[in-house]
Design a protein around this ligand. Structure first.
Ligand code: ADP
Ligand code: MG
Length: 246
């Protein structure tokens, strides 16, 4: 069963072509990294999957259905820079929002939902921050709260846009461990990650994107000098980064 099927996807913003003829199928139950240089269209790809921007495609399915049928089973965490962190909301309430699709219209969360949201916060190691304002947290802590919300949603498919940017080492560990656990539970997780270091260690499969899908497969297949050069322009750029990370 495919978690994601994409056939001939193209996206343009006025005169800029951000994606051109992207086709690929992603099997469910995998932890997949999307890599590529700045401006490669990684965020655009995720937004097109979620139907948040206009796109042309012959086919896009998520969990075997169109996005309209399956949206509540998908957790999307946008890039940090586009989230309004000053929005006044308590940490536990931010997690509770994940329960809303299950609540139905006009129903309010009850104590069971609150207990479940607390348990999700516990899983990301953020219980002690339940009553804080979200704007008071560090970048890594905020990212963990968003992950707790995805847990509360019991999403089958998670789309995370650069979750490790501006994140402390402890949070990065907590996040990657949790993503692996979720993968082992059968969820599909797609992570945009512009930094090539650690990709081979973190992900089951990689999509190398630069306007189009340059390579998709196991990290050792995708992280070849010629494919990297095709996307980044310079294979040494990758080698330098890989050295720094080890
Ligand atoms: P990435 O996430 O890989 O850095 P993006 O998907 O954000 O890349 O952007 C892909 C291309 O589309 C870039 O050239 C970017 O400048 C352009 N782009 C992205 N969003 C918009 C927008 N809202 N309006 C116009 N151009 C955009
Ligand atoms: Mg981006």
């Amino acid at each position: 069963m495919y978690a994601i099927e994409v056939e001939h996807l193209s996206v343009s913003y006025f005169e800029t072509t951000a994606l051109e003829d992207v086709s690929l199928n992603i099997l469910s139950g995998q932890l997949v990294g999307i890599i590529g240089p700045n401006g490669a269209g990684k965020s655009t790809f995720i937004k097109a999957l979620m139907a948040l921007i206009p796109a042309q495609a012959e086919k896009i399915t998520l969990l075997g259905q169109t996005i309209d049928a399956t949206r509540t089973q998908i957790a999307y965490v946008p890039q940090r820079s586009v989230i309004d962190w000053d929005f006044p909301i308590r940490v536990l309430d931010a997690v509770l929002i994940g329960c809303y699709p299950k609540l139905g219209l006009f129903k309010r969360p009850n104590k069971h939902h609150r207990a479940f949201a607390s348990a999700c916060l516990e899983r990301v190691g953020m219980s002690e921050f339940a009553d804080r304002q979200i704007g008071e947290l560090s970048g890594g802590q905020q990212q963990r709260v968003f992950l707790a919300r995805a847990l509360a949603q019991e999403a089958e498919l998670l789309l995370l846009d650069e979750p490790f940017v501006g994140v402390d080492v402890v949070s990065e560990r907590v996040i990657i461990d949790l993503l692996r656990t979720l993968r082992d539970e059968g969820k599909t997780i797609i992570v945009v990650h512009h930094d090539l270091s650690k990709t081979a260690d973190y992900f089951d499969e990689l999509l190398l994107l630069n306007k189009t899908a340059i390579a998709y497969g196991r990290p050792e297949e995708v992280l070849q000098a010629d494919t990297i050069e095709g996307a980044y322009g310079n294979p040494l750029a990758f080698l330098k980064k890989a050295e720094v990370s080890s």
